[in-house]
Design a protein around this ligand. Structure first.
Ligand code: ATP
Length: 454
């Protein structure tokens, strides 16, 4: 696997996320629970932005899409039909010596428990079991009695909730192919080799869209969605040198898929799947038709009848956030001091602007700053900060990626202007106080490119 040449490491990202309250290990005071994380204030804000930007591109700005929010716990027969009960498994091996557990197909990415410089199975003391299949679905029970009849699963993907609602949407939203159903929500997988922070979690938030098309158009729509999704990341400022498309070999593809392309990002762990786009054919609708008895097909006014094929772009907000954080992380020396800055796209940045009175003890400055803050917060997430030296306040905002800072100073009291400082270039310009709200609105609409070298 290729390594990034930059000085961004997963440790630096984890430490910044924790220090600035983006992400905490879950139930930490009890020692945590593997690969489950809680999002703090800035993490929530950034995730909200990513979800909104996805929804805007996938639903709001299109005529051919509807939204859905299906349940997490579905009738367990859904997962029998989808193939998850029988086949959503990873091959697992245990080491009898170090008692660690590994994915048999990812041994070359794992470290031996006794000798970390080697992979499991390579050290003389390793004693690996035969691989056995391990189902990744979390089980639960529905109702008061535990037993076979009450067994249910936490969904491992949101897609099946979409397929089982196909008929509802077709009839009640009066759609005809090509059209899509988009859904965002938590998914759960009992990953065997979790780790790598937000990249592989046991509980994550997926954004999936199932696009139903006439069978003969499936290939064309598949390519369309690969390009569309690739462009979405570039528009949000991800460096093209760190994003690539990778077509799956036939041997890697899921049983239902006739083509899959991953969009991969160059994470600190190497090139890895950020988003997957799959041509699922008619597999899911056919399976649910057979298992449920409900005919999931399209019938046109002229009697034309077929089972649509499905193109699916699937991603998690968590993997997107991790890619954005890695892409944005930068360290530089400014005026002989190091600053850490998150060069996030302004629309992804958790806080859009900081409002800072230059001198916190000056009541006039504080008044003006607070009233600007009151005005701006009606439209955007902004922060007021009067704690400490101005340089320190700028650095605090740089670290969370706030693109603009408005400073109220002596001159403001004379001529009602403020300085706006740009996070990336550090350029400062003066604006009339009365025009700040519009200026900020326009600035957030402008295209943005990272100043980081490719
Ligand atoms: P991988 O091969 O990395 O396990 P996958 O091929 O099983 O991923 P899919 O089933 O295609 O993943 O899931 C679709 C998307 O959901 C992925 O591209 C990724 O963005 C996200 N995703 C899947 N598993 C996880 C996880 N454990 N943690 C965070 N995001 C995940």
């Amino acid at each position: 696997m290729a390594e990034t040449t930059e000085n961004v490491t997963m440790d630096k990202i984890v430490s910044l996320c924790r220090r600035r309250g983006f992400v905490f290990p879950s139930s930490e005071i009890y020692g945590g629970i593997g690969s489950t994380y809680d999002y703090g204030h800035y993490g929530v804000l950034a995730k909200n932005n990513i979800r909104e930007l996805w929804f805007q591109a996938m639903v709001q700005e299109r005529d051919d899409m509807v939204a859905l929010d299906s349940a997490i716990i579905l009738n367990p027969r859904v997962w029998e039909a989808s193939g998850h009960v029988g086949g959503f498994t990873d091959p697992l091996v245990d080491c009898r010596t170090c008692k660690l557990r590994f994915r048999a197909d990812k041994l070359d990415e794992a470290q031996c428990g006794r000798k970390p410089s080697k992979h499991p199975g390579e050290f003389s003391e390793c004693d690996l079991t035969e691989a056995r299949q391990f189902n990744l679905m979390f089980q639960t029970h529905v109702g008061a009695l535990e037993g076979e009849g009450s067994l249910a699963y936490l969904r491992p993907e949101t897609a099946q909730g979409i397929f089982v609602n196909f008929k509802n949407v077709l009839q009640l939203a009066r759609r005809k192919p090509p059209f899509g159903i988009a859904q965002v929500g938590k998914s759960f997988r009992n990953e065997i080799t979790p780790g790598n922070f937000l990249f592989r979690m046991r509980e994550f938030e997926q954004m999936e869209m199932e696009y139903f098309v006439p069978p003969e158009d499936a290939e064309e729509w598949f390519h369309y969605w690969v390009e569309e999704r690739f462009r979405w990341y570039l528009n949000l400022g991800l460096r093209e040198s760190h994003l690539r498309k990778r077509e799956h070999e036939a041997s890697e593809r899921s049983h239902y898929s006739s083509a899959t392309t991953d969009l991969e990002y160059l994470y600190p762990i190497g090139w890895s799947e950020l988003e997957g786009i799959a041509n699922r054919g008619d597999y899911d609708l056919t399976q649910h038709t057979q298992h449920s008895g409900a005919k999931l097909e399209f019938v046109g006014e002229d009697g034309e009848r077929y089972t649509p094929h499905v193109i699916e772009p699937a991603v998690s907000i968590d993997r997107i956030l991790l890619a954005f954080l890695v892409d944005a992380y930068d360290e530089e020396i400014v005026a002989e001091r190091q600053r850490t800055v998150l060069r996030l796209h302004p629309r992804v940045a958790p806080v859009k602007a900081a409002i800072l009175p230059l001198i916190a003890k000056n009541a006039d400055m504080v008044d003006r700053a607070r009233s600007l803050y009151q005005e701006l917060r009606k439209g955007q997430i902004v922060e007021y900060d009067d704690g400490g030296a101005i340089g320190r306040r700028y650095r605090r905002q740089d670290e969370i990626g706030t693109p603009f800072a408005f400073t109220i100073d002596d001159q403001t009291l004379e001529d009602d202007t403020v300085t706006v400082r740009d996070r990336d270039s550090l350029a400062q310009e003066r604006l009339p106080l009365a025009g700040v709200r519009n200026w900020l609105g326009d600035a957030l609409e402008r295209p943005w490119q990272t100043p980081k070298p490719p």
